[in-house]
Design a protein around this ligand. Structure first.
Ligand code: PMV
Length: 337
């Protein structure tokens, strides 16, 4: 080995999907293409201290999240290491001391698995470089992240990313492709204010939700819908077409929740305040003509999306009409990174 011990620190943002990844095949391959942008303020930073142990021939690591151990995440890490170790055969011979922290409150309901696995993937790639002298391609870094948590593969690069095989050239199931050069400038500064409606752990995990797509009665229709929305969203992003963008973003968010409600068993993650916020956003858009819309992940929180040029008016609207529906008035002002 070129180096027998060292410390690396890497950061990575969370991302928010406009076309949603929902449903997977083994191993961590998506049923449909998805498109997201990375966030600026919701970041995970991961520090790994690595030490060669010549006697070692199995995974050996400690993991601390914000100075606390977490046995559930340790189990997930083990599964992740098993999935990636054929890329980095040194893994079983080094002890890893991993420490991770987020810039966003962990009880904010913001999913941190994308930023966590992406930061971890980048850190492992950096260790690989230090101990072998070989730079892993960006595609492999994204693939590592995907093997941790599917949507994480879209967090290893900034800006807009597409993941999953589609008629868009180069898109594929293994890793995400950054599409920033084709995106209109008004979408390269898109704003996202996250309204925290609940910070409780959700009743049904995304893992379970993905599983429920396997025998979902609308599975084929969903795959077709996501493919169509992917191609249309790329057109909207290219042309700076906010009307089309809004149509797709809201349809995708509501379709995601519709799929949850119509799976077997069906379930709901939206709360009364989520629905109130949605209708207030639509009323405000109709009366102000400002291109503001919502998207939603697998939870009750609402992401308010709008152009930077309308930031003042929209933030005023949020403060006045929406903030009161957030738990403890909690919201996160963010934008594309
Ligand atoms: O990466 P996972 O398994 O946590 O799935 C995330 C799925 C959604 O956030 C609901 C949609 C998406 O594309 O990010």
């Amino acid at each position: 080995y070129k180096q027998e011990n060292g410390v690396v620190t890497k950061s990575s943002p969370a991302n928010i999907a406009i076309v949603k990844y929902w449903g997977k095949r083994a191993v961590q391959l998506p049923l449909n293409p998805s498109i997201s942008f990375s966030l600026k303020n919701c970041i995970t930073t991961t520090k790994i201290k690595y030490t060669l142990n010549k006697e070692l021939n199995d995974y050996s690591f400690n993991f601390l999240f914000e100075n606390k151990s977490n046995s559930k995440f340790e189990e997930k890490l083990l599964q992740f290491f098993k999935r990636i170790d054929h890329f980095i055969p040194w893994l079983k011979h080094f002890h890893l001391n991993i420490e991770s922290s987020n810039t966003f409150p962990h009880s904010s309901g913001i999913a941190s698995s994308a930023s966590s696995y992406s930061a971890l993937a980048k850190a492992l790639a950096e260790i690989h470089l230090q101990i072998t002298g070989v730079t892993l391609p960006q595609t492999v870094v994204s693939e590592f992240a995907r093997l941790g948590s599917g949507s994480a593969c879209r967090s290893t690069q900034e800006g807009w990313n597409i993941w999953g095989d589609s008629s868009f050239e180069g898109s594929n199931d293994q890793y995400a492709l950054e599409i920033n050069p084709l995106v209109h400038e008004s979408f390269m500064s898109i704003q996202d204010t996250v309204l925290i409606v609940s910070n409780q752990q959700k009743a049904i995990s995304s893992t379970k939700g993905h599983q429920l797509m396997e025998n979902h009665p609308y599975k084929e229709a969903r795959i077709q819908q996501a493919n169509k929305n992917t191609i249309q969203l790329i057109e909207a992003l290219k042309n700076g077409d906010w009307d089309l963008f809004i149509e797709i973003a809201e349809l995708e968010a509501l379709s995601l929740h519709g799929l949850m409600m119509s799976s077997s068993p069906g379930y709901t993650l939206l709360l009364p305040n989520s629905l109130t916020i949605i209708s207030k956003i639509r009323e405000f858009r109709a009366s102000s003509k400002i291109p503001v819309c919502f998207t939603i992940d697998a939870g009750p929180n609402i992401h308010v999306l709008y152009p930077e040029s309308n930031k003042n008016e929209v933030l005023e609207f949020i403060e006045r009409d929406l903030k009161k529906y957030c738990i403890n008035n909690l919201l996160i002002k963010d934008s594309i990174a």
